[in-house]
Unconditional design. Sequence first.
Length: 224
Amino acid sequence: MTRPLRIAPSILSADFARLGAEVQAIAEAGADYVHVDVMDGHFVPNISFGAPVMKAVRGLTDKIFDVHLMIAPVDPYLTDFAKAGADIITVHAEAGPHLHRSLQAIRSLGRKAGVALNPATPVSVIQHVIDDCDLVLIMSVNPGFGGQSFIPESLTKIRQAKALIGGRDIDLEVDGGVTADNAAAIVAAGANVLVAGSAIYAGNDPKTYGNRIRAIRDAASIRA
């Protein structure tokens, strides 16, 4: 089954001084999802923002809010982000001892549940919870900072994740170093949701966002 291609600009690269306008700008420029990277300075070496900030911009668009929680422990914050308007909540397989419980908690809140895998984490980690997932996120950089280069070995890992997913109703997302130059290879490997931060938001000029989103989408459609 071929799943729809989705482009998910990460607001981690937005101009935080005008975050609301930046969210509206990517929505108007053709983004499918708004990717929300939440970092705690503990699980990853950086701090971004919490549920109140996300809630403040949630009402500016009806786009899907794709929330990636790079925090540990994560379970105490699931309800806050669900109430703040998350549509998809993704947690890291590495962030705690009870991944199955976290996925169950997300679904009990009426949200789609995702699992993220860091570059050194094998796909086999999610073998026994795959039927509890709505999304699998392959990190193609080490999480914590924007602007990093795509790790080439990630293509092998994307193929492995796609094989595990099989015909299940699960999206395969890739986050880290995604550009128009590698989008085709990433989609050919099996991904259908592409997260891009600096590749879209670089320079923070809203007039450029539409062309950048289209460039990634057009390149991905080649499926080279």
